[in-house]
Ligand binder design. Structure first.
Ligand code: CS2
Length: 488
């Protein structure tokens, strides 16, 4: 079968949208770290609109920080790939050309650094997931005990971490008299720009205090809230896309049509007009970010834990279960007072449920459960503590924590294996096994600092304990129903 690539573009069916600009004339204005599905369905898709509108100075380059899989799949396609947007039976399909040069950091760190030092590059954006920041999500401090951070401090010329690359490239630009790029975090972290900046400055200070001052004074790290549900691509998705294109695409991306990108407008070296395709530029991202992290991502983590334990593999299947649906609604009701006034929580959550119901997405609970211990602090624990300090009842948020603990215990309720996919938890030597009594289990988890910092408050821990005991006795769905009805 023909393969998608520059020479085969004009053999695509007429209905398939494709780049309307001359790709050879693009300059690389953005270098993106983290060549995953999310960036290809979100930042690159919005940048594509700018390129189609003639802003040829904003072409993208992208780098994988770990594996070469995506680059290997896309290089024979000249970086072209398909974005299929699906909502139940509706589908639109587009070939995106925004990404030109691609790097695989571990294969050739010098090439990536050279790319980042190019004066044309004015933005370095990141989707490297929570753990990619090598910082403690609960405190925001750089993990100086991380082996890769230590490596980068000792060998700055060949970094391994995202922050190591950013730092080295900024140092090289400074030495060459090239203005710094703006560093744009696009990960689901609270105050992602501040979070990134703090870790970056700490990193720089550990290497060279003058570099630390330069980063603190002269490098902009705007925050932004990104949103689009982008499940991992499956073989069935590839087959569907091949059918629609009449040719093969080794790594298409599937996503929902909905997206949001709310960005703090602080780009001293310029930026694309992303507002052209619906991004919003604001002075303060925090309220939007809290809304999204707590209501969307928080619900996602609860759905993922409950769905996995109950043996419901996807978000759509899990939220079709009345007990899980009611749990999510109850969590939203508990969280509502933590959301800024002026935000239409009822409208937003109604839309969220419709998005979760999108059966065409096949969004797997196991995907969301990955690295849960790095996600819960900002999604569940922070708002829970806020509510607790105001004396508010939070029975379903503590239930969600119990569901997470239950989901870390190896086997689901159908008896199937439930692997952890959370390296931070896997290496925790104090992690209680599945047979350990509820009391001891909750005591151990409540003392797990990366999630709970100094420890979970005793009354909250008691509430988690009751929920976990119920889950063990009645099963997770009955335990949810009992809790919702006030029976436990
Ligand atoms: C999800 C997010 O995997 C996860 O943790 O909650 O990737 C979520 O789908 C996106 O943030 C939606 O914008």
């Amino acid at each position: 079968m023909t393969r998608l690539s520059r020479p085969t573009l004009d053999q695509l069916p007429k209905a398939v949208a494709r780049p309307r600009y001359d790709r050879a004339a693009l300059r690389t204005g953005i270098l993106h770290l983290g060549l995953g599905a999310f960036c290809r369905a979100h930042q690159a898709a919005l940048t594509e609109d700018c390129l189609n509108a003639g802003a040829t100075e904003w072409g993208m380059a992208a780098a994988s920080l770990r594996s070469s899989d995506t680059r290997d799949a896309l290089a024979p396609q000249d970086g072209l790939y398909t974005l299929a947007l699906r909502e139940n039976e509706n589908q639109s399909i587009q070939v995106i050309g925004a990404i030109g040069p691609m790097f695989v950091a571990p294969q050739n760190p010098g090439a990536l650094l050279a790319g980042m030092s190019d004066p044309d590059v004015r933005i370095v954006s990141l989707t490297v997931t929570e753990k990619g920041y090598t910082a403690d999500v609960a405190t925001g401090d750089l993990r100086l005990d991380n082996r890769d951070v230590q490596h980068d401090l000792a060998h700055p010329e060949a970094p391994r971490t995202a922050l190591g690359f950013v730092l080295r490239a900024l140092a090289l630009r400074r030495a060459a008299g090239t203005p710094p790029f703006t560093v744009l975090s696009c990960d689901n972290l609270p105050g992602n720009g501040h979070f990134l900046r703090r870790a970056l400055v700490q990193f720089a200070e550990a290497a060279d205090p003058a570099l630390g001052r330069f980063i603190a004074d002269d490098v902009a790290c705007p925050s932004c809230m990104v949103d689009r549900i982008v499940p991992a691509t499956t073989g069935a998705d590839r087959a569907m896309v091949a059918h629609r294109l009449g040719m093969q695409d080794a790594w298409p991306v599937l996503a929902e049509p909905f997206f949001q990108w709310v960005i703090e407008d602080r780009f001293p070296s310029g930026r694309p007009e992303w507002e052209r395709s619906g991004a919003e530029f604001v002075a303060d991202v925090a309220p939007h970010e809290a809304m999204k992290l707590r209501l969307l991502n928080g619900a996602h983590s609860t759905i993922a834990a409950m769905g996995r334990v109950a043996g419901l593999a996807t978000v759509a299947k899990a939220v079709a279960d009345p007990a899980i649906r009611a749990t999510i609604r109850a969590c939203w009701a508990e969280l509502a007072p933590t959301i800024a006034p002026g935000i239409d929580v009822a409208g937003y959550t109604a839309r969220l449920l419709a998005r979760f119901d999108n059966a065409a997405l096949n969004h797997r609970c196991a995907q969301i459960a990955t690295d849960a211990s790095l996600k819960l602090p900002q999604r569940i624990v922070a708002p829970l503590r806020e509510l607790h300090s105001k004396g508010r009842a939070t029975p379903m948020l503590t239930f969600s924590l119990a569901a997470w603990i239950r989901s870390c215990q190896g086997q689901d309720e159908t008896g199937a294996a439930m692997p952890l996919c959370d390296p931070q938890l896997e290496t925790w030597t104090g992690r209680p096994g599945p047979g350990v009594p509820v009391d001891q289990t909750v005591r151990a988890f409540a003392g797990f600092a990366p999630v709970f910092g100094p420890g979970l408050e005793p009354d909250l821990a008691a509430s988690v304990r009751e929920a976990l005991a119920d889950m063990r006795t009645f099963g997770i769905l009955s335990a949810a129903r009992r809790r919702l009805s006030g029976a436990s």
